[in-house]
Design a protein around this ligand. Sequence first.
Ligand SMILES: Cc1cc2nc3c(=O)[nH]c(=O)nc-3n(C[C@H](O)[C@H](O)[C@H](O)COP(=O)(O)OP(=O)(O)OC[C@H]3O[C@@H](n4cnc5c(N)ncnc54)[C@H](O)[C@@H]3O)c2cc1C
Length: 380
Amino acid sequence: MSRAAGKASYDAIIAGAGIVGAACADEFSRRGMKVAVLDREIVGSGATAAGMGHIVVMDDSEAQFALTRYSQQLWQALKPELPDDVEYEQCGTVWVAADEEEMAEVGRKREYYAERRVPTEVLDAKSLKQLEPNLRDGMAGGLLVPEDAVLYPPCAARFLIERAQKRGAELRPGASVVQIGQGRVGLSDGSEIAAEIIVNATGTWAPELTPRIEIRKRKGHLLITDRYPGFLRHQLVELGYLKSAHSVGSDSVAFNVQPRRTGQILIGSSRQYGAEHKDVDHIMLERMLRRAVEYMPGLRPMSAVRAWTGFRAATPDKLPLIGPWPGDKSVYLAAGHEGLGITTSLGTARILADQITGSKTEIPIEPYLPSRTVKERVHA
Ligand SMILES: Cc1cc2nc3c(=O)[nH]c(=O)nc-3n(C[C@H](O)[C@H](O)[C@H](O)COP(=O)(O)OP(=O)(O)OC[C@H]3O[C@@H](n4cnc5c(N)ncnc54)[C@H](O)[C@@H]3O)c2cc1C
């Protein structure tokens, strides 16, 4: 590649080969675009390597529901093509209600999903115990969402990139982008590459390349156990999770456990703003595990294999930024997916490709447009 960029070498350059950049590469190449994907590390090495891999429909807002449901269905459709190491399992989610107040939330959630044709099943205390015998006694019940799934995110990202490569996409690991705009991508070695479209898919790092966007790091801890086949059958999440996941003020933990195909149990999760260090915070980890043991006492004697942290890319309105950046017509954003980027990667790629190619989108795109965050400043 020459140091000075001339005519556009690619239809699109994607900065970031996490699951979002990988999904974009896959979708763009499927539509015949000539694509390059640049990552300063390797495929799936950012939040994608740290994430839990729960493919989940959420109902915090209509926009969140639309993107998660659309994406969950895209994952379902992709299932026959996913290689074994992606470990896609449609195990379903059980939202666990600890008391009658949370059972009322089960009813509300069921109704919301029923109105939008998402299958669910309300579980009373007895049927919950039958489905998940290792939950502690005395739970009020729960809501089973059988179309939710789990997968192993780094392998999913790798699969999407490799599929794009088979269609001619170019992957450049170790390529650190320092600047984007006006159809140019500047690299740390001083070279430049030209492209008509540049996608900023660098997750929590996105503001380094597009300085006016507001993305904060939200730290999370996870721990994986040794193998205990059969102990857990569904992804279990406490209904109180909604309170903690969506509170923006304080540090929080919630019971959130996932069965892995290996028989291991992935235990989450915590949320912290203002904690920028990658180290495991033992106080936070202990709080998280105490919560898990409160719900499943049988977890206490299990051996842990590893604990780690990762950072979610959080936007102020809890929705991702997907679409053209109003400050530069060559730049598009695909970032800010907070705790749902594994789920929503496929939907993100579809609606971004639709916008770029002028195609009709299957869900309304307005809630995700980056212009919503910068109107005043850009047009001032
Ligand atoms: C603890 C935890 C649990 C989670 N659980 C779930 C879950 O169960 N389900 C779910 O759907 N989501 C979950 N998430 C969220 C999910 O992991 C993220 O939303 C998703 O991985 C974001 O993907 P991404 O591609 O946007 O970013 P990343 O995976 O962070 O990728 C960004 C990439 O950009 C590269 N990059 C950065 N700057 C540059 C640069 N200047 N030049 C070149 N390359 C650059 C990085 O190296 C990186 O590879 C979880 C996240 C955490 C932290």
